[in-house]
Ligand binder design. Sequence first.
Ligand code: MSP
Length: 515
Amino acid sequence: MGQFENFYITTPIYYVNDKPHIGHAYTSLICDVTARFMKLAGKSVRFTTGTDEHGQKVEKAAKAKGMQPKEFTDEVSVSFRKLAELMNFQYGDFIRTTEERHKKAVIALWNRLEERKQIYLDSYSGWYSVRDEAFYQESELIDGKAPTGAEVEWVKEESYFFRLSNWQNKLLELYENQLNFIFPESRKNEVVSFVKSGLTDLSISRTSFNWGIKVPGNHKHVIYVWVDALTNYLTSVGFPNTEDEKYKRFLETDNSFNVHVIGKDILRFHAIYWPAILLAADLPLPKQIAVHGWWLNEGEKISKSLGSIIDPTGLAQEFGVDQLRYFLLREGSFGQDGNFSKKNMISRINSELANNIGNLVQRTISFLHKQCSGIVPAVDRNLLKSDESLPNCKAILDQVMDHLLKYEFNHIILLITNISSEANAYIDKSAPWTLSRTDRERMNLVIYKLLEYIRIIGTLLQPIIPKSAEMILDQLQIPREKRDLKSLCKTCVSLGVTLTKPTPIFLRFDVREEK
Ligand code: MSP
């Protein structure tokens, strides 16, 4: 799999104009699961997230609450951090754009662009959307609104410009030559046709408000919030210190892979502006921009500004963190929009987690207690390899890794639930309750094989539902060092240990009252 040793994955940093919703939880979840899989595969991993705290939109939101921007962002940023902790996201860094280290990075990037003559002062007149924090050309407007449906206002002010138009051909070369730079392919096509239609220089400073990082040498201007925010991907690896160990390891070596995971709405900023800025500043580029679709609420767009929020905290409290993680990954198909429905969530929790995987664990370990007092029976492991063959781990692992590089978590989950269905069918077929009277040696073999099935399932589930997977592996007393993907294909359940009585891992929920 992936010919790299060092893996760097980032979430977008979230606007702090309001509370987090399910869409934010989803972007971060994709990163968390991928990062966890990469760690299990033995890679050196860096996973970062954070909050985007400057700009007009945040300034306006603070004003509406009668608060100072700093006081307001301190408060809202905490809610994103809390969500990350609640969802069990194992991030290594949480960047706030109001931090000193970040301001230093943004100013250093600006200076590099200026030194390379990539910035000039002029004046901007055109359309701006505060909700999108984006400039739009007249030709892009639809019925006087941004293509996203956001209100736009006419802006005329002195502004610094980035020479984006210089980079058109270099960008097209990048999309052409770097395999999967924009993933999936459909998004790449969208970007290529936009760039081919011609790039104009980008306004990268504003003078009509204050809440931002000041342009070095001209404090009338604040740096455009997107230039500020995108720089977080450099801040987190120590920029402007290009000697920083993280910078070298994750950006400069040939055996590193760095990916920015984003939603489809912020594609232009990541796939056009950011690589152009990096090319212009002569800094390393990301290897990939991975673009996911949107969650819709019963077909309707979910957005903070539009108010129809699905609260991930409430859902996690009601159904469990792992259950929410499971559902988003199982139901979402990377790159496509997904429909959020509580009813669907409950039905997947019940049928796939509780009735399939939970039931397998429960019935196997209960049987072990009934027949062997909970002691893993001594079996001839060679026999397992012959007529009692286990699932083809090597093939499963290859498929998991293949799907992982395409962010196909729903396929990974299907592989796992299939193993579980297979194991449940194996119980019925081999009828160990009959063997307990007729052939105890064979019964022992069946039990051992089932425990191994469960271990494989538990190991593969770790990145997806970490707490529950840990419970499963703890239940089997699998040593920590044998829970990685390298151990997947070895038989690891120890003979002769006594397992504790099973406690249900996945609860069932009542579906009747839900829509
Ligand atoms: N601050 C910018 C990103 C700067 S990154 C240098 C921003 N923030 S955001 O809070 O509005 O959105 C963050 C992420 O959440 C985006 O990837 C966006 O696509 C994602 N989502 C917001 N709503 C969503 C859904 N309804 N469904 C899935 N993801 C969605 O943009």
